[in-house]
Design a protein around this ligand. Sequence first.
Ligand SMILES: [Zn+2]
Length: 174
Amino acid sequence: MNGKEDDPGQGKAEPLACSECIEGLQEYLDGTLGKQTSLRFFMHLRDCEACEAQHVALKSLFEMLDNLPSEPVPADFDDAILASVPYAAYRQMEPLRRERVPVYLTEHFLPQFVRSRVTRLVGLGFTVAVVGANTVLAGPSWLPALAVLGIVPEVLVRLQGLGRRVFALGRAEV
Ligand SMILES: [Zn+2]
Protein backbone atom coordinates (compact mmCIF):
# COMPACT_ATOMS: atom_id res chain seq x y z
CA MET A 1 0.00 0.00 0.00
CA ASN A 2 1.18 3.50 -0.63
CA GLY A 3 2.06 5.26 2.59
CA LYS A 4 1.17 8.83 3.16
CA GLU A 5 4.81 9.78 2.76
CA ASP A 6 5.53 8.29 -0.66
CA ASP A 7 6.33 11.70 -2.03
CA PRO A 8 8.37 13.21 0.72
CA GLY A 9 10.33 16.35 0.69
CA GLN A 10 8.75 17.92 -2.36
CA GLY A 11 6.47 20.21 -0.39
CA LYS A 12 3.59 19.18 -2.58
CA ALA A 13 0.12 18.41 -1.33
CA GLU A 14 -0.54 14.74 -0.73
CA PRO A 15 -2.51 13.23 -3.62
CA LEU A 16 -6.17 12.77 -3.01
CA ALA A 17 -7.87 9.40 -3.49
CA CYS A 18 -10.93 9.35 -5.73
CA SER A 19 -13.13 8.22 -2.83
CA GLU A 20 -11.96 11.15 -0.70
CA CYS A 21 -12.51 13.47 -3.59
CA ILE A 22 -16.09 12.37 -4.23
CA GLU A 23 -16.86 12.46 -0.52
CA GLY A 24 -15.62 15.99 -0.12
CA LEU A 25 -16.88 17.44 -3.39
CA GLN A 26 -19.77 19.28 -1.82
CA GLU A 27 -17.53 20.94 0.74
CA TYR A 28 -15.07 21.77 -2.00
CA LEU A 29 -17.83 23.45 -3.97
CA ASP A 30 -19.10 25.21 -0.88
CA GLY A 31 -15.61 26.57 -0.34
CA THR A 32 -15.54 25.35 3.24
CA LEU A 33 -12.31 23.38 2.92
CA GLY A 34 -8.96 24.68 4.08
CA LYS A 35 -6.59 26.16 1.53
CA GLN A 36 -4.29 23.15 1.43
CA THR A 37 -7.13 20.64 1.18
CA SER A 38 -8.82 22.73 -1.44
CA LEU A 39 -5.61 22.67 -3.46
CA ARG A 40 -5.50 18.87 -3.24
CA PHE A 41 -9.03 18.74 -4.63
CA PHE A 42 -8.12 21.16 -7.37
CA MET A 43 -5.14 19.10 -8.44
CA HIS A 44 -7.03 15.82 -8.28
CA LEU A 45 -9.87 17.20 -10.34
CA ARG A 46 -7.42 18.54 -12.88
CA ASP A 47 -5.92 15.08 -13.37
CA CYS A 48 -8.89 12.77 -12.83
CA GLU A 49 -11.55 12.72 -15.49
CA ALA A 50 -14.00 10.64 -13.53
CA CYS A 51 -13.98 12.95 -10.53
CA GLU A 52 -13.98 16.03 -12.70
CA ALA A 53 -17.15 14.73 -14.37
CA GLN A 54 -18.77 14.39 -10.94
CA HIS A 55 -17.50 17.82 -10.03
CA VAL A 56 -19.05 19.40 -13.12
CA ALA A 57 -22.34 17.55 -12.57
CA LEU A 58 -22.60 18.57 -8.93
CA LYS A 59 -21.61 22.12 -9.72
CA SER A 60 -24.28 22.48 -12.36
CA LEU A 61 -26.83 20.93 -10.01
CA PHE A 62 -25.98 23.49 -7.34
CA GLU A 63 -26.19 26.30 -9.86
CA MET A 64 -29.56 25.05 -11.01
CA LEU A 65 -30.82 24.90 -7.42
CA ASP A 66 -29.52 28.38 -6.74
CA ASN A 67 -31.32 29.70 -9.78
CA LEU A 68 -34.67 28.13 -9.04
CA PRO A 69 -37.33 30.80 -8.81
CA SER A 70 -38.66 31.18 -5.30
CA GLU A 71 -42.28 30.16 -5.33
CA PRO A 72 -44.65 32.05 -3.10
CA VAL A 73 -46.27 29.82 -0.50
CA PRO A 74 -49.91 29.08 -1.40
CA ALA A 75 -52.40 30.98 0.72
CA ASP A 76 -53.98 27.78 2.06
CA PHE A 77 -50.67 26.11 2.82
CA ASP A 78 -51.07 26.28 6.60
CA ASP A 79 -54.65 25.03 6.47
CA ALA A 80 -53.62 22.14 4.27
CA ILE A 81 -50.92 21.15 6.72
CA LEU A 82 -53.20 21.49 9.71
CA ALA A 83 -55.94 19.50 7.99
CA SER A 84 -53.54 16.62 7.52
CA VAL A 85 -52.86 16.41 11.24
CA PRO A 86 -55.20 14.14 13.26
CA TYR A 87 -56.67 16.83 15.44
CA ALA A 88 -59.98 15.08 16.01
CA ALA A 89 -58.77 13.35 19.15
CA TYR A 90 -57.22 16.55 20.35
CA ARG A 91 -60.45 18.48 19.79
CA GLN A 92 -62.45 15.84 21.62
CA MET A 93 -60.42 16.61 24.69
CA GLU A 94 -61.22 20.30 24.47
CA PRO A 95 -63.85 20.27 27.27
CA LEU A 96 -61.43 18.41 29.43
CA ARG A 97 -58.74 20.99 28.94
CA ARG A 98 -61.15 23.73 29.81
CA GLU A 99 -62.06 22.16 33.12
CA ARG A 100 -60.45 24.05 35.91
CA VAL A 101 -58.34 21.96 38.17
CA PRO A 102 -58.45 22.70 41.92
CA VAL A 103 -56.11 25.51 42.79
CA TYR A 104 -53.83 23.27 44.84
CA LEU A 105 -53.17 21.27 41.67
CA THR A 106 -52.16 24.27 39.58
CA GLU A 107 -48.47 24.71 39.05
CA HIS A 108 -48.47 28.19 40.49
CA PHE A 109 -49.79 26.97 43.80
CA LEU A 110 -46.25 25.93 44.64
CA PRO A 111 -43.75 28.77 45.10
CA GLN A 112 -41.47 29.32 42.17
CA PHE A 113 -38.39 28.27 44.13
CA VAL A 114 -39.94 24.90 44.89
CA ARG A 115 -40.89 24.35 41.27
CA SER A 116 -37.51 25.44 39.99
CA ARG A 117 -35.52 22.66 38.42
CA VAL A 118 -32.43 23.79 40.25
CA THR A 119 -34.08 23.50 43.67
CA ARG A 120 -35.38 20.06 42.84
CA LEU A 121 -32.06 18.83 41.48
CA VAL A 122 -30.07 20.32 44.34
CA GLY A 123 -32.54 18.77 46.76
CA LEU A 124 -32.20 15.36 45.18
CA GLY A 125 -28.41 15.76 45.17
CA PHE A 126 -28.56 16.71 48.85
CA THR A 127 -30.58 13.62 49.71
CA VAL A 128 -28.28 11.34 47.76
CA ALA A 129 -25.23 12.92 49.38
CA VAL A 130 -26.63 12.67 52.92
CA VAL A 131 -27.81 9.11 52.44
CA GLY A 132 -24.43 8.22 50.96
CA ALA A 133 -22.55 9.87 53.81
CA ASN A 134 -24.79 8.20 56.36
CA THR A 135 -24.13 4.81 54.84
CA VAL A 136 -20.39 5.28 54.90
CA LEU A 137 -19.98 7.15 58.18
CA ALA A 138 -22.93 5.80 60.17
CA GLY A 139 -24.06 9.29 61.18
CA PRO A 140 -26.55 10.28 63.85
CA SER A 141 -29.98 8.74 63.81
CA TRP A 142 -31.72 11.99 62.81
CA LEU A 143 -29.65 12.23 59.62
CA PRO A 144 -32.03 10.14 57.48
CA ALA A 145 -34.84 12.54 58.45
CA LEU A 146 -32.72 15.44 57.25
CA ALA A 147 -32.02 13.58 54.03
CA VAL A 148 -35.73 13.28 53.33
CA LEU A 149 -36.02 17.08 53.29
CA GLY A 150 -34.03 17.15 50.08
CA ILE A 151 -36.61 15.23 48.09
CA VAL A 152 -39.55 17.30 49.33
CA PRO A 153 -39.62 19.77 46.42
CA GLU A 154 -39.39 16.99 43.86
CA VAL A 155 -42.08 14.97 45.63
CA LEU A 156 -44.40 17.99 45.87
CA VAL A 157 -44.07 18.74 42.16
CA ARG A 158 -44.59 15.09 41.24
CA LEU A 159 -47.59 14.71 43.53
CA GLN A 160 -49.13 17.77 41.95
CA GLY A 161 -48.58 16.36 38.48
CA LEU A 162 -50.07 13.06 39.57
CA GLY A 163 -53.01 14.87 41.13
CA ARG A 164 -53.68 16.73 37.91
CA ARG A 165 -53.67 13.50 35.96
CA VAL A 166 -56.00 11.76 38.39
CA PHE A 167 -58.28 14.79 38.34
CA ALA A 168 -58.33 14.80 34.52
CA LEU A 169 -59.09 11.08 34.43
CA GLY A 170 -61.93 11.55 36.88
CA ARG A 171 -63.42 14.22 34.64
CA ALA A 172 -63.00 12.09 31.56
CA GLU A 173 -65.06 9.29 33.06
CA VAL A 174 -67.99 11.48 34.07
ZN1 LIG B 1 -10.62 10.81 -9.00
